[in-house]
Design a protein around this ligand. Structure first.
Ligand SMILES: NC(=O)c1ccc[n+]([C@@H]2O[C@H](COP(=O)([O-])OP(=O)(O)OC[C@H]3O[C@@H](n4cnc5c(N)ncnc54)[C@H](O)[C@@H]3O)[C@@H](O)[C@H]2O)c1
Ligand SMILES: [Zn+2]
Length: 366
């Protein structure tokens, strides 16, 4: 993968992978320009706008107007806003809607929403007529800095999250930061859990910027989003299909984080909140197994708190359930986990030295 580079052009970033490149536009007022951008890429007039019932009333009209003005014929398909909508059943419903609207092999799909919409619309784009282009318009901070980059699409099944899916990179990603104004505060903050994770595994300078972060500065937020896209894209480019272990670095904090989400029946904690706790646990393990200094762990905890992210479990939360969920995790092999540790803020690596006992102690410490 010699040509894996990321170019920067003004307020856009190009994600370059082995066989594919796509642009990520970051700025304000971009929703109104979507028609113009789509016209440069697609000749076919028909497209589907896939969104959820929170996001569609806020932004679908603006998007539709821009597409119609550029000569497109968009069909809006909405699903209920919830992780529970990420199912094969909804995929079938969306595909039926697209067939009814006359979309064909040359049509394209636009996902307008958070990570749920990004994942399901991307999966629909991956399988509809064996694959049609996908434009991502992420509307949560988490989707902008994480789920819209990397090409992982898919749905949940009864037994677990993201068990069915496909790699299908978007043709274009549009990050209009204006849309974040309507995002509830706790949803906004959970995006910062992934941003803090990126800082810990890859960028000590960004970590220092987060220690001084003041809310409300739009240009700074745009730069931050762009930097996070670059970090994720660079890691994905090195290991697009999760084979060399490089991409696994993005799982820092996620072994325990996912287990906490599961133990809370996916209701008690948002993903970013569970991740925040998972990061604290991973720091505890990193002190023991990778030489992270307790001072740096404290700095990480303070940054998480700065974004109102939890760093302690509620006292009565059943920690045993978390451990059971970790065991359930498929990454667990013969008593050892493939666990991501950080020896120092800004770097991370895979450790095979982490035992179940280490994980249990880290969870007990939360
Ligand atoms: N593909 C990947 O690589 C990847 C990576 C990380 C997470 N994910 C997936 O992303 C999903 C989580 O994404 P999420 O956190 O964005 O959740 P989400 O899509 O459920 O959105 C969160 C909530 O905010 C609402 N919302 C979205 N944008 C809004 C806006 N601008 N204003 C007001 N409300 C808005 C939504 O309707 C929803 O209720 C999970 O399904 C996870 O598996 C995928
Ligand atoms: Zn995550």
């Amino acid at each position: 993968m010699g040509s894996d580079t990321i170019e920067k052009r003004g307020s856009s970033t190009t994600v370059s992978l082995d066989k594919q490149r796509y642009r990520v536009l970051i700025g304000t007022g971009l929703l109104k320009q979507i028609g113009t951008h789509a016209r440069k890429r697609f000749a076919r007039k028909t497209c589907a706008m896939i969104s959820d019932n929170n996001v569609a009333p806020l932004f679908a009209r603006r998007l539709e107007k821009s597409l119609v003005a550029a000569g497109f014929r968009p069909t809006l398909i909405t699903i209920p806003a919830d992780e529970k909508s990420k199912t094969l059943e909804q995929v079938g419903r969306i595909c039926d809607g697209m067939i009814a609207a006359g979309l064909d092999r040359q049509s394209f799909v636009i996902g307008l929403g958070g990570g749920v919409i990004g994942d399901i619309s991307g999966f629909v784009a991956a399988i509809y007529h064996r694959g049609i282009p996908h434009i991502q318009i992420p509307t949560t901070l988490l989707a902008m800095v994480d789920s819209s980059i990397g090409g992982k699409t898919g749905v949940n099944t009864r037994d677990g999250k993201n068990l069915i899916g496909a790699i299908h990179h978007p043709a274009l990603v549009i990050d209009d930061v204006d849309v974040l104004k309507t995002l509830p505060r706790h949803e906004f903050n959970q995006g910062f859990a992934e941003i803090i994770k990126h800082a810990i595994i890859a960028d000590a300078k960004m970590f220092r910027a987060l220690q001084r972060w003041e809310a409300g500065e739009v240009p700074a937020l745009q730069r931050l989003i762009k930097r996070n896209i670059e970090i994720k894209a660079k890691i994905v480019a090195k290991d697009e299909r999760d084979r060399t272990g490089e991409r696994a670095l993005l799982n820092f904090g996620h072994t325990v984080g996912h287990a906490i989400e599961r133990a809370g029946d996916y209701r008690k904690f948002l993903h970013g909140e569970a991740l925040s706790l998972g990061i604290v646990a991973a720091c505890g393990i990193s002190i023991k197994k990778a030489g992270l200094s307790p001072d740096q762990r404290d700095s990480i905890v303070n940054v998480l708190r700065r974004f109102q992210l939890p760093t302690r479990l509620p006292r009565n939360f059943r920690r045993k359930r978390i451990l059971e969920a970790v065991k359930f995790d498929k990454k667990f092999e013969a008593g050892k986990v493939r666990f991501i540790v950080t020896p120092q803020i800004g770097t991370a690596h895979v450790s095979r030295e982490v035992t179940m006992k280490d994980v249990r102690e880290a969870i007990d410490g939360l």
